[in-house]
Design a protein around this ligand. Structure first.
Ligand code: SF4
Length: 271
């Protein structure tokens, strides 16, 4: 599958420059690009924190042509998430562009009719990646069986300790009826403590899955990793992110013995 373009995507059509900004902290870079351009400029994407339309273009194609949306938005309103502010009402895209990486904000919220239509169109791909977190509470046996018609990778989110039983039930169901290729996003640094975050991360490991820790970013962050929750220190956040994002290197070292060093980052970047 194609890899993701990192950072801003920009392209020209005639004299117009289009700039798609995935994160708020890239807005100053986007503005520099815009100021350097002589003609008309259209800036969009999640980094603007505004719903944007891009008539005639699908910006996602410039970030990864193998990725697509079959629905937009999410009916939930999680405090830490930009989706409800950016995407508005949940809606299905009946004529979506079939592609093997599904970026829907909440595919589990779609109607059964839409889910069946999507699975039917995705059967042509050897592997399908449900790239965003599926909602464990909406992962029913019927949906597990439907997705089991595809060879796929799925991901769930484990954002709060209260969801432990739901997440575990979804993993069990998924392993029995859908796929064993499962990823778990674990939000850290938002209304939790280091102990709570470690509890969830270690629990995921005990379920036989390497967790994917996600550091909370404030919704209007000018700089990445700027926000430090009152229960945390910046070093503890960096340490936990580094360790659990790189278990393939650090697995033999217990977390209590792991010392965070900037040098480790450079070593890991070489691989
Ligand atoms: S369920 Fe996921 S996409 Fe929906 S609001 Fe919560 S975090 Fe965002």
């Amino acid at each position: 599958m194609h890899t993701w373009r990192k950072g801003i995507a920009s392209w020209k059509c005639g004299e117009t420059l289009y700039i798609s900004v995935p994160f708020t902290w890239l807005m100053s870079e986007a503005e520099k690009l815009a100021n350097a351009h002589k003609g008309k400029v259209l800036i969009g994407g999640p980094g603007t924190m505004k719903p944007t339309e891009c008539p005639g273009f699908e910006p996602l194609l410039f970030h990864n042509p193998s990725a697509t949306f079959t629905s937009r938005g999410c009916p939930n309103g999680c405090q830490f998430c930009a989706v409800p502010k950016l995407e508005g009402e949940f809606r299905e895209i009946s004529d979506f562009r079939p592609a093997p990486i599904i970026c829907d904000n909440n595919f589990t919220a779609a109607s059964r009719k839409h889910q069946e239509r999507v699975v039917d169109k995705l059967k042509v791909f050897p592997v399908v990646d449900f790239n965003q977190g599926l909602e464990s509470g909406r992962f029913t046996p019927e949906l597990a069986d439907l997705l089991g018609n595809l060879k796929c990778k799925v991901r769930f989110a484990f954002d709060h300790v209260n969801f432990e039983s739901k997440v575990k039930a979804a993993i069990d169901l998924c392993r029995q009826r859908t796929t064993k290729d499962i990823g778990i996003y674990v939000l850290i640094g938002f209304n939790d403590t280091p102990e709570d975050a470690r509890y969830r991360l270690e629990l995921v490991r005990s379920w036989g899955i390497d967790p994917n820790p996600m550091r909370f970013q404030s919704l209007d962050a000018i700089k990445k990793n700027d926000y430090v929750s009152p229960n945390w220190s910046d070093v503890e956040l960096k340490r936990m992110m580094e360790y659990y994002s790189n278990l393939r290197f650090f697995r033999p070292i217990p977390y209590k013995d792991y010392e965070y060093r900037e040098d480790d980052r450079k070593q890991i970047a070489l691989f």
